[in-house]
Design a protein around this ligand. Structure first.
Ligand code: KIV
Length: 270
């Protein structure tokens, strides 16, 4: 079923959804997952750097490269026409400064068909975010639990649990908004913190592991469908168990081949 918005989704349309119809964002990593996300009615399709774990088999998002992200963004772009296409900037592609960030962000728009990029961080990268926005690159922020800081955080930890943590989160969120970003992801924070930040901002927040008070929600494609079970965080709701179904189907094919019951006459040419 499609969402209400049938027209091409833009960054302005996303901004207009603040406090209104909830924004539904899904990740996608290839052509078929993009087509499924589109047909289901996602407003935004994100080529997340979660690609690293759920598709490429890395342990975390640190190793995924620009070339890998570009390759998968191109494939997603071929399946994405109505939804707004956002590409995640991988670790190491923007942290050394605004110029590096611009060069890499521009590649996503020029070479891969992305309409926007997402960067992790708040106050620390505000100058970079503003640099991109001023040069015509729509930016989605990402604050709270930022998986690219995995090593610095000492693992994936819920953020903003203390007063000091909440202050840091609010400063980061304000810095992202002031840089000109049109929206931001709030990840891994208590729902009350997400409510405070969402009410304080004039741009939409899109939550993951941030409770129900954000302006939108995002989940990883493979988590929604139950085809990734290496690590299933508390906030993931599985809407299907396709992994089990895939295993069953593949197992039946292998059994049929071994037993000589496939191919049969029905699947052969006279
Ligand atoms: O990489 C990713 O998939 C993400 C989201 C889930 C927000 O950044």
């Amino acid at each position: 079923m499609r969402g209400k918005m049938e027209k091409k989704v833009t960054n302005r349309a996303i901004m207009g959804m603040k406090g209104g119809e909830k924004i539904a964002m899904l990740t996608a990593y290839d052509y078929p997952s993009a087509l499924f996300g589109e047909k289901a009615g996602a407003d935004i399709i994100l080529v997340g750097d979660s690609l690293a774990q759920v598709v490429l088999g890395y342990d975390n998002t640190i190793p995924v490269t620009m070339e890998e992200m570009l390759h998968h963004t191109r494939a997603v772009g071929r399946g994405c026409s109505r939804a707004y296409l956002v590409a995640d900037m991988p670790f190491g592609s923007y942290q050394s400064g605004p110029e590096q960030a611009f060069e890499n962000a521009a590649r996503f728009l020029k070479e891969a068909g992305a309409e926007s990029v997402k960067l992790e961080g708040g106050v620390a990268i505000a100058e970079t975010l503003e640099f991109l926005v001023r040069r015509g690159i729509p930016v989605m922020g990402h604050v709270g639990l930022t998986p690219q800081s995995f090593h610095q955080m000492g693992g994936y930890r819920v953020q903003a649990r203390s007063e000091e943590g909440l202050r840091i989160l609010r400063d980061d969120a304000r810095a992202v908004q002031e840089s000109g970003a049109y929206s931001m992801v709030l990840e891994g924070i208590p729902m009350e913190a997400a409510r405070i930040v969402t009410e304080e901002l004039s741009i939409p927040t899109i939550g993951i592991g941030a409770g129900p008070f954000c302006d939108g929600q995002v989940l990883v494609f493979n988590d929604v469908l139950g085809i990734y079970d290496q690590f299933v965080p508390k906030f993931v709701k599985r809407y299907a168990t396709l992994g089990e179904e895939m295993e069953r189907a593949l197992g039946e094919f292998i059994r049929d081949v071994k037993e000589g019951t496939f191919p049969d006459k029905e699947h052969s040419y006279e």
